[in-house]
Design a protein around this ligand. Structure first.
Ligand code: GDP
Length: 439
């Protein structure tokens, strides 16, 4: 499982055509930083997860924000930098050493100075390390200037070193006994209203503490003596405040929240139903091994009878079969209907997540499933499955040993998966069923 600590965000800012995207591609390129291929954290057009000297960070290319915008250039740049300041932990002001200093560069420096966050000046297009073109950037009085060439890669390792040096320190994360919950979903489905409603409950003891990065604030609380944390509730509040034209920041925020959680509450809008975007977020959480609950909010606005909830759920499962294993809760953050039920549901999903089935039970189940339906034989080979055991919890994984694991067909693995699910549920959690060579 990936680490639950928050990974800092590094944003490239600067005027158009200074080479931000080229630098982005260079820094995430194979010859420099390693880009993680882990499910749910692979690269996007605008951000990628990098690792350098054992430290991970998200690199964000804010270029599109200026280049694709209809706003006057200065306004667009200002917005780009403001967004970066709100969202990132370190800014890389990228300047063009060939073009030299531009009046708006100094204005960006002023904004960075007022941000109280760290930044670095990067002089791009210094293709020849002996060139002195970039010396004039020292006149900005904004500290050291790191010369690089996105085109040929010169000095990109030095730049990565400097990035790591400037990154804020990791804060201590609370211990494993805390259940971390992320509320995720599209804007306006009611995430902040839901959390506010929930935290307003007398039953919960709430306190705000600073989270892992200076700007991300989590909300810890206890329920039935159990410590919980809602991760990045500050991000949620901020999301509704800032105009959310900047898709890549909200999508990055979602990924970070998923990474830091054990269980995700995916919230969808009862009136709008399950969108493709909702499914994308759900799949991101599920594939990265998180537990999941689907909260269908704004239920008060839905015209309904006694069959509406079941029908809603069925339609979702038709779109994504794995949702069959995910609990649904129909709520209204406005009236408060069923909102607190989510807490018991979280505890149930957590129990399912940590459930361990004994090896003899798993084996009995395998034998029964084999007796009912044998694995299809592959041409020239008799495919035999001998033994099964649960090798992991949180999320659960079951390994099945056989003589030709690679020849077991996908539909048969699905049959086993469903058989195990019917017995033990593991409700709200992805279950991996893996075929392995018998020793
Ligand atoms: P977020 O962007 O997901 O955090 O959504 P907000 O919590 O900001 O809610 C977006 C809008 O939907 C606000 O105007 C809320 O008052 C409204 N809203 C949220 N939950 C409900 C609900 O359960 N029922 C109704 N009718 N409105 C809701």
């Amino acid at each position: 499982m990936s680490s639950i600590s928050s990974i800092p965000v590094v944003a490239l800012v600067g005027r158009p055509n200074v080479g931000k995207s080229a630098l982005f591609n260079r820094l995430i390129g194979d010859d420099t930083a390693i880009v993680s291929e882990e499910a749910g954290t692979t690269r996007d057009r605008h951000f990628a997860r990098c690792e350098w000297q054992g430290r991970a960070f998200w690199l964000v290319d804010t270029g599109g924000l200026v280049e694709d915008s209809d706003l006057p250039m200065d306004v667009a740049i200002k917005r780009q930098v403001q967004q970066a300041i709100a969202e990132a932990d370190l800014m890389l002001l990228t300047l063009d050493a060939k073009a030299g200093l531009h009046p708006s560069d100094a204005r960006i420096v002023d904004m960075l100075r007022n941000s109280r966050k760290p930044w670095l000046i990067v002089a791009n297009k210094v293709d020849d390390p002996k060139s002195t073109d970039y010396f004039e950037f020292f006149n900005l009085g904004a500290g050291d200037v790191v010369p690089v060439s996105a085109a040929n890669g010169k000095n990109s390792g030095d730049l990565l070193d400097q990035i790591i040096e400037k990154l804020p320190e990791h804060a201590e994360e609370p211990g494993p006994e805390v259940l971390r919950v992320a509320v995720i979903g599209r804007p306006n489905v009611g995430k902040s209203s839901f959390i506010n409603r929930l935290l307003g409950e007398d039953r919960l003891v709430v306190s705000d503490v600073a989270g892992t990065t200076r700007d991300s604030i989590d909300t810890p609380f206890t329920y039935h003596q159990r410590p919980f944390i809602f991760v990045d509730t500050a991000g949620l509040r901020r999301q509704s405040k800032i105009d959310d034209g900047v898709e890549f920041y909200s999508s990055l925020r979602t990924r970070r929240a998923i990474e830091r959680s054990d269980i995700c509450i995916l919230m969808i809008d009862a009136v709008e139903g399950l969108h493709n975007q909702d499914l994308k977020i759900a799949t991101m959480a599920w594939d990265s091994g998180r537990g999941m609950i689907i909260v269908v909010n704004k239920w008060d606005l839905k015209e309904k009878d006694d069959k509406t909830a079941a029908k809603f759920e069925k339609e979702c499962v038709e779109k994504a079969p794995y949702l069959k294993w995910v609990p649904f809760l129909f709520t209204s953050a406005i009236t408060g209907q069923r909102v607190t039920k989510v807490l018991d549901l979280l505890l149930e999903v957590e129990a399912e997540r940590n459930k361990r089935i004994t090896t003899s039970e798993v084996n009995d189940a395998l034998q029964e499933l084999l007796a009912r339906r044998q694995p299809p034989q592959a041409a020239g080979h008799e495919v035999k499955l001998n033994f099964a055991t649960q090798v992991e919890t949180a999320p659960p994984a079951i390994v099945v040993l056989g003589n030709h694991p690679a020849l077991v067909q996908e539909h048969y693995i699905r049959y086993l998966h469903n058989g195990f699910r019917e017995r033990w549920g593991f409700t709200g959690n992805p279950l991996r069923v893996l075929m392995r060579q018998k020793g």
